[in-house]
Each structure stands twice: as structure tokens, then as C-alpha cells.
Design a protein around this ligand. Structure first.
Ligand code: ATP
Ligand code: MN
Length: 446
């Protein structure tokens, strides 16, 4: 027997007027039972919302009422009944039950509250993520994340990008950093990839022309912050016959498209989170790295140490500059362009006439960095030189460098952190809120 008999509709699919008087079957979790003496309500919850099942003591069969009074919160139940339009009920209807079956009992006490009445610590919530995700605010975040990822796929497909999947087990570090997780690979040491960068570039030589990947990146960063994970999701693109300007134009258009899609498709989830999204305006403002330095040094007195060319823009400066831009322009998204070549990875393309700066950018949100990108070096010898200047050994990059010797088009690309995108869009306090099962310094389970 198919389990289709267990459900004819989701809660959100029932139309109070059109379906009034219809018999339907809903399945879901017992959100709560309210016994008011003469009348008892069972609130059934599924991914799309809630339905109120109404049992009037004088009218309903005694065993139905008995089942409802005995069932524990968060048990899974199936209810068949008649739809009755009721303006005061969630979604505008109630269900007058003919049968109620308990499919799976929930033990009590529950590991955490799901009604939102008791505030649980983030750690408790993540320890019990399956239960935490039953709360409508948490469901809403991932409904929106789903829409964001679909929007990205649609946008990039429309722009002739091909979705790719590259290996996460690698022999060498992408950027020669120390932030790598070593793993044992038979009798050798291997690493979890920190970025698909080198693969994406190799695919430019392969002639795939425009590729993207939405996949995990692994960073063994020790720090415990609100915006870093040890396993994050990167939205990575690479495109041929493009420079950093072309890549930035694609990126800002993609961000606007994502926001538009979320506004169009996710109103119920946005309402649950009490968020109204402001769609960023095109084109995003651009500040050169040197302009940022000048503004920080002259117009932001909170930063006491003067910054010098070549310094990274630290968390505090990043934050204060984001506020400065927002106060000036009313916009949350902007670019910082033309970074010192030394602050960027070896594959960033230096300007011909000023090699100390590179055709690179960070795309910023008021709160933090969302993306880094650049035009890449496509000339083999220059690339080898840059690898050596970074103190790395080119022989470790043979598999990559080879692809620059047999026809490599000019190209550029970027990586956007999916969790940071969601976090900034929904103004979440902690990046872990945007991941189903986050991995951080302390957390390896669930
Ligand atoms: P940051 O300086 O903020 O740590 P990064 O410059 O090291 O980031 P990139 O290597 O430029 O990061 O990666 C591209 C994007 O991937 C970042 O802009 C960010 O959105 C995301 N990202 C990188 N590392 C992490 C991480 N540890 N946790 C979450 N997102 C990350
Ligand atoms: Mn970066």
C-alpha cells in the first residue's frame, strides 16, 4: 500500500473558501493541544504551516477526544476531516475530524521547546537540530536558503554557465596556506580542499568557458567567530574572456536577482522572520583599496592605528567602513577594488602599469565580506613567478600549471560564501543559524 493515503494536502495548500466542506487528510506533528473544556484544539504542523483541528465535546466521538487528550506534543499524527472556513484559525480554516491516528509517539520531556515560548541556547538548539528545525523561524531560514540556491542556478544557467562538481580530496593546498585539514588517503596524506579555485581555472583551459559550483570548502581556521565555519558552502564561478569588471557586473546582477527572487517567492517565510528585504541598487558602489584606506585614516576616528598600503582591512575597520558607506549611500552592498597584489592569492592578475595592485575585488555587505574575486593570471610564466614570490614551490602545482601551457583564455571569477549571503540577508546573529549541521572548532556532531 502506498502511503499516499496518509495525506491529500499540505496545511498551506487548503483554500478556506474553495475547499470548504471538502474531506481532506493531513499528516504532521502535534504542535499543541489546547483543552478548553467544552472544546479542544489540536494544532497540526507541517513544513507549510499549521492547521487547527477542532473537537467539540458534545459533537465528537468519545474515542477521538480520548486520542487527542492522550497524544504527546510533537508526535506524528494523521487527521482526516472536513474543511470549515474559520477566519480566526491559522490559514483561515479549521478541520472537523472524522479520524485521528497517532503514527509515531514523541517521548516526553522533549529535548527542547519547539513553541518559541522558551528561548534555548544556540548550543542546545544545535545539539538537537532535528527538533530545532521544527520551529517555524528555523524552517523559514532554510526555505529561503533553498530559494537562494535555486535562484543562483537559474541565473547562472541563463547566463550560459555549466554546473560542475570538482573533487574535495586533494594532494596540495590551493593557496599554500596552513588552514588545511589533512586526511589519510591509503598510504599517503591528502587534504580536504579549501577552494575549487585551481579546478575552476583548469576547466577554463578545458574550454568549458563558464562554470560554477555550489559546494563545500574546508578551512582549518582555529578562530571561533560569528562569521566563520570550518566547513562552508562556496558559490564559485569562473568565466573565460572576462576581466574583473565583467565578473563584478555578473556578481552584482546575481545578488540583485537573488534578492528579487526571495522577495517574490518567500513572503510567508520573510513574515515569520519579520523581515522586509531591501533589494540592493545597481550598480554597486566601488571604492578602491586606497580610497578605503584614506577614508579610514581621515574620517573614521574610532580606528586609532593608521592603516598603511598593504595592510589587511581588519574586522573592526571592515565593520566601521560598512557603516560609513551605509550612512552615506543607504546601500548595504558595495565593492572594494584594486587590492595590493601582496594581499591577494598568487593567481590574482596584477595591473600591467602598476603591478603592486591587482585586478581584484571583495564584494562587501555592511556587516562583512561576502565574496572575493579577480581577473586571474592566464600567462604561464607570470604565474610561476607569482607562485615563487609567494614563497611556494611551483613543482607542487604541476598539474595546474600544465594547463596554462596549451591554450588558456583570459578569465576571472569569484567565490561567495552561501552562509554569509543568507546570514546578511536575514540579519542572523550567527552564521551557524544558516547551516543545517554546522562544523566549527568544537562541533563535529550532529
Ligand atoms: P575572511 O577574510 O572573511 O575570513 P577569506 O577572505 O579568507 O574570508 P575567501 O578565501 O576570499 O575568504 O573565500 C571566499 C568567500 O567564501 C568569502 O568571502 C566568504 O564569504 C566565504 N568564506 C571563506 N571562508 C569562510 C569560512 N571559514 N566560513 C564561512 N564562509 C567563508
Ligand atoms: Mn576573501
Amino acid at each position: 500500500m502506498s502511503l499516499k493515503a496518509l495525506r491529500t494536502h499540505f496545511t498551506g495548500e487548503i483554500n478556506p473558501e474553495a475547499d470548504n466542506g471538502q474531506t481532506v487528510t493531513l499528516s504532521g506533528w502535534v504542535h499543541e493541544v489546547r483543552d478548553l473544556g467544552g472544546i479542544t484544539f489540536l494544532v497540526l504542523r507541517d513544513r507549510f504551516g499549521r492547521a487547527q483541528v477542532t473537537l467539540v465535546k458534545k459533537k465528537v466521538e468519545a474515542d477521538l477526544l480520548e486520542t487527542v487528550k492522550r497524544v504527546s506534543r510533537e508526535s506524528v499524527v494523521t487527521v482526516t476531516g472536513t474543511v470549515k472556513a474559520e477566519a480566526k484559525a491559522p490559514n483561515g480554516y479549521e478541520l472537523i475530524p472524522e479520524s485521528i491516528t497517532v503514527i509515531s509517539d514523541a517521548e516526553s520531556p522533549l529535548p527542547m521547546d519547539t513553541t518559541g515560548k522558551v528561548d534555548a541556547e544556540l548550543d542546545t538548539r544545535l545539539d538537537n537540530r532535528f527538533m530545532d528545525l521544527r520551529r517555524e523561524e528555523q524552517t523559514a531560514v532554510f526555505v529561503i536558503r533553498d530559494t537562494v540556491q535555486k535562484a543562483i542556478r537559474d541565473f547562472l544557467t541563463e547566463n550560459k554557465f555549466m554546473e560542475t562538481t570538482t573533487s574535495k580530496i586533494v594532494a596540495a593546498a590551493t593557496e599554500g596556506g596552513t588552514d588545511l585539514f589533512p586526511i589519510s588517503y591509503f598510504d599517503r596524506e591528502a587534504f580536504l580542499n579549501q577552494s575549487p579555485q585551481l579546478f575552476k581555472q583548469m576547466l577554463m583551459s578545458a574550454g568549458l568557458d563558464r562554470v560554477y559550483e555550489i559546494g563545500p570548502i574546508f578551512r582549518a581556521e582555529e578562530h571561533d567567530t560569528r562569521k566563520h565555519l570550518n566547513e562552508a558552502t562556496s558559490i564559485d564561478i569562473e568565466m573565460s574572456f572576462a576581466d574583473h569588471e565583467d565578473v563584478m557586473e555578473l556578481l552584482e546582477n546575481m545578488i540583485v536577482y537573488i534578492y528579487e527572487q526571495v522577495v517574490e517567492k518567500c513572503q510567508p517565510s520573510l513574515a515569520v522572520l519579520e523581515k522586509e528585504l531591501q533589494i540592493p541598487k545597481l550598480p554597486f558602489n566601488k571604492y578602491t583599496y586606497e580610497q578605503v584606506l584614506e577614508i579610514i585614516n581621515n574620517e573614521i576616528p574610532e580606528i586609532e592605528d593608521k592603516m598603511q598600503f598593504g595592510d589587511d582591512i581588519g574586522t573592526q575597520a571592515e565593520h566601521l567602513f560598512g557603516e560609513y558607506v551605509f550612512n552615506k549611500t543607504g546601500e548595504s552592498h558595495y565593492f572594494i577594488v584594486d587590492w595590493p597584489t601582496e594581499t591577494k592569492p598568487f593567481y590574482a592578475m596584477p595591473y600591467e602599469d602598476r603591478p603592486e595592485i591587482s585586478k581584484s575585488f571583495d564584494m562587501m555587505h555592511r556587516m562583512m565580506e561576502l565574496s572575493s574575486g579577480a581577473q586571474r593570471i592566464h600567462q604561464h610564466d607570470l604565474l610561476v613567478q607569482r607562485i615563487m614570490e609567494k614563497g611556494l614551490n611551483p613543482s607542487g602545482f604541476d598539474f595546474y600549471l600544465k594547463t596554462f601551457k596549451f591554450g588558456m583564455p583570459p578569465h576571472g571569477g569569484f567565490g561567495v560564501g552561501a552562509e554569509r549571503l543568507i546570514m546578511t540577508m536575514l540579519e542572523l546573529d550567527n552564521i551557524r543559524e544558516a547551516v543545517l549541521f554546522p562544523r566549527d572548532r568544537k562541533r563535529l556532531s550532529p
